[in-house]
Design a protein around this ligand. Sequence first.
Ligand code: BGC
Length: 383
Amino acid sequence: MKRKLLSVILAAAMVTAMLAGCGSKQEEAPAATGGEAGTEAPAAEGEAEAPAESAGGAGGLVGVAMPTKDLQRWNQDGSNMKAELEAAGYTVDLQYASNDNATMVSQIETMIANECKVLVIASIDGDALGTVLAQAKEKNIPVIAYDRLLKNSDAVTYYATFDNYMVGQKQGEYIKEALDLDNAEGPFNLEIFTGDPGDNNATFFYGGAMDVLNPYIDSGKLVIQSGQKEFAEVATANWATETAQSRMDAILASYYADGTTLDVVLCSNDSTALGVTNALDAAYTGEWPIITGQDCDIANVKNMIAGKQSMSIFKDTRTLASQVVKMVDSIMKGEEAEVNDTETYDNGVIVVPSYLCEPVFADANNYKELLIDSGYYTEDDLK
Ligand code: BGC
């Protein structure tokens, strides 16, 4: 009952947040692909794909480097950006790197060799591109870090992302409210799954959530039966569902097989939440725990509807794509791009001027309004 009430309150807050938006006009954004990989039949990951000559390609070549097609969101990010950039008159070379740093480096080298005007990069390991970024700088090619910060390089011009700390905070706050941690007696059993250690975002998601939850862990109201709490212990290489699943399998076998109740699993995103859910489906018979997530991937929205995942965070990739296209346009006109944060994202060498979009709470009560009414998914996508 309490959870239901909470959902209604959060849904109302979400609508307000949505109306506030991220400063971009959603009605101008192209519809999402529904998450199906390869709707425009792109080349296989890691394979060379010739940049398509679009009708209005006079704006010049923009290189867009994406990490992987394995996760739904990057397919949407890539295709939204390609469509928006082409509509704005640019030619786009969109590449996916199969989560392999060396592949991404060589794709970016090709983009530079092809004299791209701007690079937009969602890195795999934010620290692994220093040399190729220096090559871009040498050729005066501006670089926009997309969603994930590019670290330890002075060649990064701008960063466009969602407020990553806020994502974690929203997940932590959700857990706090859902368990009524300030009033309920507890204790409650918690396990934690975060993301790839090479992804700067993962530390922000983890930090945002743990800043909310740590006081309750310290007071003993939240208990981590596995004892796995530090970032390195709860990280998930490549954010892989299978990796999260096998860690959850092991935790369940060691700490919950005797009937101990697992009350809540903090998962930083949907791919890890999916692994946790799969493990629970296979080997856990107690009351279903609260599970957090992020991205509103189709499989996870289905799980929210089925009551297997409690919440997710909606990061409208159309909004981020629009913001990046605006950045590209400003750069090409020789103007300063719009930013709203010049303090948070110190990449180790410079503080990168950033534009942070607002992440939005999603659950089974508001997903229709958020995802279907806005045209992000169709009803059929979620069947
Ligand atoms: C993104 C998340 C995504 C994760 C795994 C992060 O950098 O911000 O939205 O779930 O990577 O791809």
